[in-house]
Design a protein around this ligand. Structure first.
Ligand SMILES: Nc1ncnc2c1ncn2[C@@H]1O[C@H](COP(=O)(O)OP(=O)(O)O)[C@@H](O)[C@H]1O
Ligand SMILES: [Mg+2]
Length: 252
């Protein structure tokens, strides 16, 4: 039976190291995200945001627990199967854009198809480039574009395969406020009009305010969430979290 969820985490734990010096980066995360939703993940530095994203996106393996993406349990997949799944069924947007400078914009956009061994679909590339407002930039190189335009290319590349989930790690971290809002509006639009599913890590409350739901991580646990919250409420919740005393790990 196909799953109703785009993302499922069941008891996901990630521990670095062993014994008394072990770091419990994720302490049993249970989470289900419906398709066509935009989720932001926030939390103080060291709360487990990066580990969460890496595990949820199949870039890192949990110590325990299960992860299901678009109905596929990725927990026991071989490295090759996992790579193939990432290329065909997941999209990624990073803070640093991560475009290949020697390829044209269009070649960057169809790269996930080529890496997956499929014929690059140029019509689909034109479609997603149009969607991000770069219909006329396909033959440029990334170096000829502004930061905001480069991130638009990265979003087009992330959407080109109609992925089950788009994972975004601080996608507006390198952009000014106005350009950041344009990028967030694009992600929001992909969710609202293409039924994309977006999971975004951010430290910026005004970025998180574009999401349907904000999850708050602290000490490797989801301790709270806010739905359709404005930036000031998200910022206030973050201030509470940062002020909250954290548990220090006792040495064995
Ligand atoms: N490769 C690693 N080896 C050991 N500890 C790590 C590693 N990566 C992260 N950690 C630790 O795991 C915890 C969570 O880290 P991280 O997921 O990067 O948090 P965040 O992204 O919220 O800052 C932190 O205590 C961090 O020091
Ligand atoms: Mg991090």
């Amino acid at each position: 039976m196909p799953s109703d969820w785009a993302v499922e985490l069941h008891g996901v734990t990630r521990r670095y190291g062993r014994g008394g010096s072990a770091v419990h980066a994720l302490r049993g995360i249970d989470l289900t995200l419906p398709p066509g939703t935009f989720t932001a993940v926030m939390g103080p530095s060291g709360s487990g945001k990066s580990t969460f994203l890496q595990c949820a996106a199949g870039l890192d393996r949990p110590t325990a627990g299960r992860i299901v993406l678009g109905g596929t349990d990725i927990t026991g997949l071989s490295e090759n199967k996992l790579t193939a799944l990432r290329r065909t069924r997941l999209g990624f947007v990073f803070q640093a854009f991560n475009l290949l400078p020697s390829l044209t914009v269009e070649q960057n956009v169809v790269l996930p198809m080529r890496l997956a061994g499929h014929r690059p679909d140029r019509r689909r590339a034109a479609e997603v480039l149009g969607q991000v407002g770069l219909a006329d930039k396909g033959r440029r190189r990334p170096g000829q574009l502004s930061g905001g335009q480069q991130q638009r290319v990265a979003i087009a590349r992330a959407l080109v395969t109609h992925p089950d989930v788009v994972f975004a790690d601080e996608p507006t971290g390198a952009l000014d406020t106005t350009t950041a809002a344009e990028i967030l509006a694009l992600l929001r639009g992909a969710v609202d009009t293409q039924h994309a599913t977006v999971v975004m890590v951010t430290h910026d409350p005004s970025a998180a305010a574009w999401a349907d739901r904000v999850l708050f991580l602290a000490d490797g646990t989801i301790i709270d969430h806010l739905d359709r919250a404005p930036a000031d409420r998200i910022a206030a919740r973050m201030r509470d979290l940062t002020a909250r005393p954290t548990y220090t790990q006792t040495a064995a």
